[in-house]
Design a binder for this molecule. Structure first.
Ligand code: AP5
Ligand code: MG
Ligand code: ZN
Length: 210
């Protein structure tokens, strides 16, 4: 799943994961989980995440390789927020070909920049299960409490306007080239991410069904 910060990758990946019974693999979630547990990896990643910069490729690639070797990935998976650089995409190609797995679709979620900033500055995330909310567009039933698990909602440290703008720059410089990369491989599908979440999901379903 490709798309700028706030495009709705996590929101849609959650639905895809449930609907198609495949694991949702988000490198951002893996880093945040590591940080909560105070691991060296989490602390290292935080230095970059807080500045809105990408974590170095070497740190990311090994984590994904480990994750994809888990047996729950045998019947498919949805990658959210990986790859994000050409080096990561090349590494993914190498690991998948070793495993005899092929990418079916790369979904490029498109959203204008002003929409992204509005979405991220009012996002709330569940600290326990990772569910995603928005104070205006998708509020929880009880303020500050996750509908799914009762966990406490928090605002991500990188969701301040200043850091969001830095993340958008990183996206434009380092990740956007992947649109051309996967387009050349005939794998890229554009999805209009500015519609309602249900409509976006319908477009994804239709695309995946071919
Ligand atoms: P990551 O966690 O992946 O963040 P991101 O890519 O910046 O994307 P977001 O999670 O912010 O947005 P999203 O597209 O998932 O949107 P969401 O569904 O939440 O990465 C964070 C950091 O980790 C990076 O900056 C980097 O430092 C590091 N990192 C991670 N992966 C890396 C990698 N591969 N390489 C290097 N570094 C890496 O939706 C956003 C909001 O909008 C929510 O409030 C939601 O409720 C709302 N919303 C969603 N869809 C809609 C809709 N259709 N209409 C209205 N509101 C909507
Ligand atoms: Mg996300
Ligand atoms: Zn929760």
């Amino acid at each position: 799943m490709l798309g700028p910060p706030g495009a709705g990758k996590g929101t849609q990946a959650e639905r895809i994961s449930i609907s198609y019974s495949v694991p949702h693999i988000s490198t951002g979630d893996i880093f945040r989980e590591n940080l909560r547990q105070g691991t060296a990896l989490g602390l290292k990643a935080k230095e970059y995440m807080d500045r809105g910069e990408l974590v170095p490729d070497a740190l990311v690639i090994d984590i994904v390789k480990d994750r994809l070797e888990n047996p729950d990935c045998r019947d498919g998976f949805i990658l959210d927020g990986f790859p994000r650089t050409v080096a990561q995409a090349d590494a993914l190609k190498g690991m998948l070909s070793e495993m005899g797995i092929y990418i079916d679709h790369v979904l490029n979620i498109q959203v204008p920049q002003d929409v992204v900033v509005k979405r991220l500055t009012a996002r709330r995330t569940c600290g326990s299960c990772g569910s995603i909310y928005h104070l205006l567009y998708d509020p929880p039933r009880v303020e500050g409490v996750c509908d799914d698990c009762g966990g406490e909602l928090y605002r991500r440290d990188d969701d301040s306007e200043e850091t969001v703008l830095a993340r958008l720059e990183e996206y434009a410089g380092k990740t956007q080239p992947l649109i051309e990369y996967y387009s050349r491989e005939g794998l890229l599908w554009d999805i209009d991410g500015s519609a309602e979440p249900d409509e976006v999901f319908e477009e994804i379903r239709a695309t995946v069904a071919g």
